[in-house]
Each structure stands twice: as C-alpha cells, then as structure tokens.
Design a binder for this molecule. Sequence first.
Ligand SMILES: Nc1ncnc2c1ncn2[C@@H]1O[C@H](COP(=O)(O)OP(=O)(O)O)[C@@H](O)[C@H]1O
Ligand SMILES: [Mg+2]
Length: 276
Amino acid sequence: MIEVKGLYSRIGGRTILNDINMRIERGTFTAILGRNGSGKSTLAKHLNGLMIPKEGSVTVDGIPTSDEERIFDIREKVGIVFQNPESQAAAAIVEDDTAFGPENLGLDAEEIAQRTEFALKETGIYHLRRRPINELSGGQKQLAAIAGILAMKPRYIVFDESTSMLDPISRKKVISCARRLKSELNMSVIWITHYMEEAALSDRIMIMDGGRITADAPPAEIFSDPEMTEESGLCLPPCAKLCQMLKKSGLPIQRTALDADGCADIIYKLMKGDTK
Ligand SMILES: Nc1ncnc2c1ncn2[C@@H]1O[C@H](COP(=O)(O)OP(=O)(O)O)[C@@H](O)[C@H]1O
Ligand SMILES: [Mg+2]
C-alpha cells in the first residue's frame, strides 16, 4: 500500500499540496483528475521519492520515501510514466532501453533477458525490440517507456498524463496496456489525467483542485454530480453530458451513462417506456 499522510508541498511561499491524505491499495486502478496546476504532478513525484515530503509523510509498503537508504527500493516499487514520450529513453535501441533498469539493479544476465522479454511482450512491442527508439511513433515510445518500468517489476505504476500527447489510437493502446497491468499482473495503477472519460474506466476517482483532494469516490458517483465536477474545472464525458441534458429537459432519466453503450441503453429503454 502507498500511504500519504498530512502531505504539504510549498514552493516559494506558495502551497502546492495542501494536506493530502490518501491510500492506494495493491491491485487497484485509481484515477487522479484535476485541472492544470491543481498539483497532480507534484503529488505523483512524491509517490516514488522524486520529491521528498518536508511536511507529512509518504510510505510505500511501509517504507518512508524520506529514508535515503531505501530510495532505490522505493523507485523499484513505484514507476512513473511521464507525459512526454520524447524524453524518457535511456538507450538508443528499444531492447537496450528496456534492459537498462534491470541492469542497474545488478541482476544476472539471464534474469535481465527474461525481464526484458516479459516487459516487451506485455506492452505489445516485442516485434519492435531491435528498432531505434527515435524511429518509433509517440504511442510506441510511451509503450517503450512502460516496458522499461515493467522490467523493474514494480508494484505500483503512475501514469502522469501519459496519453496527452498521443493520437487517439495510440491513446487507446496505452490505456488498454495500463488496464492489463491491473487485471493480469495485479499491479496498482494510478492514472493521472484531465480527461474525465479516461477516468471513467477506473475503480475510484480522486479529484484534485488547488492542491487539495476535493472528491474521492467511484466513477458513477463522481459523474452523477455535474456541478461538483464543473466547479473543479472538469468537463463531463460527452455521454454523461448528454444524459444530464436530456434529464434537464424533463425526460425521466435516473442513471448516468459513462460511455456510448450505456448511453444507447438508456435512450433505448426510454423509447420503449422503461425508465429504470
Ligand atoms: N518547480 C516549480 N517551481 C515553481 N512552481 C511550480 C513548480 N512545480 C510546480 N509548480 C506550481 O505548482 C502548481 C501545481 O503544479 P503541478 O503539480 O504541475 O500541477 P498539475 O500537474 O496538476 O498541472 C502549479 O501552479 C505550478 O505552477
Ligand atoms: Mg501535471
């Protein structure tokens, strides 16, 4: 479990994180939503010891990130995939880049080779293993960044707006890879985004605003409170917005759909006179 208690972060007199308290359990998919500047990346950097708390604490499986002697254990447990696919590679060729992390852990050659193969297969880029990274598309580069992290066998993986620079197809690939990490490998995924529709796929959504966590609930609950989400500077996913507008115009709609299937179901039932 990752546990954050009473965490504050201040930069130049400004409070960037304001009393953050949260727990991330093993094997969960948590979305952190919030407008630009709400403190999401600052929180992300505290989760794997890139930033160390000056006030409050962050512990990963019981190890405080402030324990300098254990910082490598923390980094091994918590990986972060950043926004920019251009800036995360450590080597020129895909498989060398994937092997970089395990090599630094001082593992033997066989273990390194096994982990590299596992990570490249899991992310679906094994066929690209001998290619230079700079010839890959943005989406493929992000998958390579994920492979590099997977090869470290982390328990937690943080995606900090990792799809925001990608085209829609690459975005889908990265998201479905993240979902497999949870469902097949039982990893904890922390998905940071300002797209509400991406957060709809999570088990739980936390909303950040002005350095605070202003909501923490399952997606259906978050999406059924359009005023709260709009106050936090977030746009409802188009399907949820459509349900809300139909309801406002007087149609007897009780539920909120998060995707096109759900929306079609509500409209179909409505037209057949079933309003449940
Ligand atoms: N190194 C820094 N120096 C000064 N201000 C910073 C620094 N990093 C972040 N900030 C400020 O902290 C706030 C939160 O930033 P950030 O955590 O990047 O938010 P988000 O990821 O939600 O967009 C912003 O107002 C940003 O300008
Ligand atoms: Mg950010």
